[in-house]
Design a protein around this ligand. Sequence first.
Ligand SMILES: [Zn+2]
Length: 260
Amino acid sequence: MHETVTALRTIREQWGELLLAIETPPADVWPPRQLAHTMRAVGDEQLDVVDRAPLVLREHPAPLNVDALDTGIAVERAVFALADTLAAAVQHAEHGDPRRWEFQNPGATGARSAAGSRAHGLHFACVWVEGRVRDEDTEPEQQLDGTLGAPPFAPLPPHLLHEARRTARGAEGRLLRTLGLDRRSTPIPDRPCPHCDGELTLHTAPGESPRVTCSGGEECGAPVPLDEQGRRVWQWADLLVLAFALSNAATVEGAPHTAA
Ligand SMILES: [Zn+2]
């Protein structure tokens, strides 16, 4: 259950990032996504305003990053379909209960009505699935007339817990890969170390701040510590300084560096 809940929360947290990515040309290795936000901190309000309308109900006349759009639509489809499956198996909530997952209804008037609960977007769907995985609202509830009514939901059987975990982890993995936030080490092209001309490598991992290492070893005079492998390492707090050093180097040379 824990892994499923974590994956669903990661999807919710990174969804605004993905929506931004769709409207942005595919990113270079450098600067890393997290740092790019810091460097243009003024424009970050838009990150807080995650439009709730699902991608499937929007028009995308000219997405700048088709890969990000494909991922977004695939993640939505997977989570919506999972909610359909879980609702079909364990939902007893009456119509009108806001906890109820409404299925698509192609016969309804208007795209939003036809979309059912999908119209509330991915964020809602993730929260709804999390509630089922956590067995929320599975106790009998007191009715207006004082009698006990049936619980809105039954607990998920093991095979559906397994299905929820598989789907949520799969969607999370694809989202993180598309955003370049999965665990990976990537050489930074055309930008050698400003202190020793060594090759710089960007290291990212889910839930961790990115860091950069230099191939120059102890000989490198960069004013940052050595890691356990004897490489100069720029942790998050030092990355902004490195970013400005690299952008200055690029400006002074007037052309990209080539790694020595
Ligand atoms: Zn170096």
